[in-house]
Structures are given as structure tokens and as C-alpha cells.
Design a binder for this molecule. Structure first.
Ligand SMILES: Cc1cc2nc3c(=O)[nH]c(=O)nc-3n(C[C@H](O)[C@H](O)[C@H](O)COP(=O)(O)O)c2cc1C
Length: 278
């Protein structure tokens, strides 16, 4: 492909992905292969029966750990699950993810505030930040690395799906992975060679999520109603209890989801890890 053709192709792919993603896609003014690829992101939950080279997994980890980190504190780590028995035990902690056992690889991204505290011990310096920020910054660093792991994996042609369900049984996951105090599982990441194309999941319109100068959600209800029409689901959550809705979009799905308590014990787990959340 010639350079002008490649440029036109990148612009067209970017435009196609963002138009599918948003009802109010922005005008495309800059395009390249990287932007086109990340705009077409999709989670994958079905994989070919083909192993992923452990060297590739390590490379993907290295790329992801090149992400920015709050104050360069680097308060996040990745556990690569390689042991078959351990993997089975971790799968069993996430029984709702019935597709997970067929995912060739599993990583666990952890927040790690332990290392910082060790530095204080070694350097004989008081640790004066034993409050919510210590947990928040480690969780933020872990979240950034999870995002970059997704980007790196997809750029390598892999498919992946984050797994916050690992926190449903955070203590058991922590015990299995040998996580010490001030280290907590943030999310799993299932990885493999995608079995299919997957699909671009529509997002809320930019009118609802990108603000200029001042936060403004005055039109939110209308915008969500419009989004609901673009965002349809194959199955309905808790149908036995809430019935089958004729129109079932994002707002109904999310309201049904959070009508049930999720991870109510996570705060207690984090406190037990030694974090002071005050
Ligand atoms: C922090 C985080 C945790 C997630 N946890 C789960 C999970 O436990 N199970 C799951 O199937 N998907 C999980 N996902 C994937 C989301 O459901 C998915 O990103 C979302 O539906 C949008 O779809 P897309 O990634 O294909 O655009 C998670 C995503 C993130 C960012």
C-alpha cells in the first residue's frame, strides 16, 4: 500500500470504529494505525485452542509496565499464572466466567503499596502517608497497567478480557497467589488468540462524558435514553426476578446489576491487608 493509501485506510478505519462506538463520533482530524487499532478495541471471551508463548506474555507485561505511574512510585505488579493446579483453583474462584477455563493464559494485576513501605524501612524514613491515598494510588497504578496490558495484548494480535470478578473472592485469590500485606488483587486478565472477530461495544455519547470547561449533565437522561436504543443486550439480567423487558438497554442492565450487592466485603479485605482508608 502506498503511503497516501495507508493514511486514507487508517482514517477510514478510525472513522468506522468511532462511528460504531459513539452516536456522536468526533470529526476525524488525525489518523494512524495505532489510533485505528485502539479505537477498535473489544474484549474477547472465546479463544483458539492454542497456547500463548510465555515469552510473548512477558513482552506484553514489559510493554504494559512502561505505562506512567503516579510519582514514579510504580505501585503495581503482575502475577503470571503458569501452574496448572493454581490456574484451576483461580478459575474456580470465578465460576460465573464459564468461558475462563478455556482461556489459554491468565494474569493477575495487583496494587502494591508494600514496596514503598519497605523503602521507608530500608532508608529509615517515616512513612507519613498511611491514609486513603496509599490505597488509591496503588489501585490507580494497577488500573493504568491493566489498560496498557489490554493495549499491548491487542497490539500483539492477542485477545483479552479483564476480570474484576477475581475480587469477589479477594482473600482466597490473595492466599492462592501468596500476596503479602499491602498487596491486593486488582483484576485478572484472561488472554489468548481470539476465536472470532468480537464486536465493538457502543459507549455513552461524548455529549455525556466529555465536558468543556464546566461539568454539565443537564441533558443526561435524554442522552442515556438515546444510548439505550443503540446498546442492546442478548440476555437480560435477573430475568426471573425483574421480568423480561420489551426495551432492555444499558441503563436497565446497569440498574439491575447494581440492585444486588457486589463485593461488600472488599473494604474489610483491604483493611485486613493493612491499609488505613481514613
Ligand atoms: C476493571 C475491569 C474489570 C472487568 N471485569 C470483568 C469481569 O469480571 N468479567 C467480564 O466478563 N468482563 C469484565 N470486564 C470487561 C468489561 O465488561 C468490558 O470492558 C465492557 O463490557 C466493555 O466491552 P469492551 O471491552 O468489549 O469494549 C472488565 C473490564 C474492566 C476495565
Amino acid at each position: 500500500m502506498s503511503a497516501p493509501d495507508r493514511n486514507a485506510d487508517n482514517l477510514a478505519r478510525l472513522n468506522a470504529a468511532l462511528s460504531q462506538r459513539f452516536g456522536d463520533a468526533p470529526e476525524i482530524v488525525a489518523g494512524n494505525d495505532f489510533l485505528a487499532r485502539i479505537s477498535a478495541h473489544r474484549s474477547h471471551r472465546a479463544f483458539k485452542d492454542e497456547a500463548v508463548d510465555p515469552k510473548l506474555i512477558r513482552q506484553v507485561c514489559a510493554v504494559a509496565l512502561s505505562a506512567p505511574s503516579k510519582s514514579d512510585l510504580q505501585q503495581r505488579d503482575i502475577v503470571i499464572v503458569s501452574d496448572t493446579m493454581l490456574r484451576k483453583k483461580l478459575n474456580a474462584l470465578m465460576p460465573d466466567m464459564e468461558w475462563l477455563p478455556k482461556a489459554p493464559a491468565l494474569l493477575v494485576v495487583c496494587g502494591n503499596n508494600r514496596r514503598q513501605r519497605q523503602l521507608h524501612e530500608w532508608r529509615g524514613r517515616n512513612f507519613a502517608n498511611d491514609h486513603l491515598d496509599a490505597f488509591f494510588n496503588a489501585a490507580t497504578d494497577a488500573a493504568i497497567v491493566l489498560g496498557w496490558l489490554v493495549l499491548a495484548a491487542e497490539a500483539a494480535g492477542l485477545g483479552c478480557c479483564p476480570l474484576s470478578v477475581i475480587r469477589n473472592r479477594a482473600q482466597q485469590a490473595s492466599d492462592l497467589l501468596g500476596l503479602p500485606g499491602h498487596v491486593f488483587p486488582y483484576a485478572g486478565l484472561a488472554l489468548g488468540w481470539p476465536a472470532g472477530e468480537g464486536y465493538i461495544s457502543p459507549r455513552l455519547p461524548l455529549a455525556a462524558t466529555v465536558h468543556t470547561d464546566r461539568f454539565d449533565d443537564a441533558r443526561l437522561r435524554d442522552l442515556v435514553e438515546g444510548y439505550d436504543k443503540r446498546r442492546r443486550y442478548r440476555s437480560q439480567r435477573y430475568e426471573a426476578e425483574y421480568g423480561r423487558a420489551a426495551e432492555y438497554g444499558w441503563s436497565e442492565d446497569k440498574a439491575r446489576q447494581y440492585s444486588k450487592s457486589e463485593r461488600a466485603a472488599f473494604g474489610a479485605f483491604v483493611r485486613k491487608k493493612g491499609f488505613n482508608l481514613g
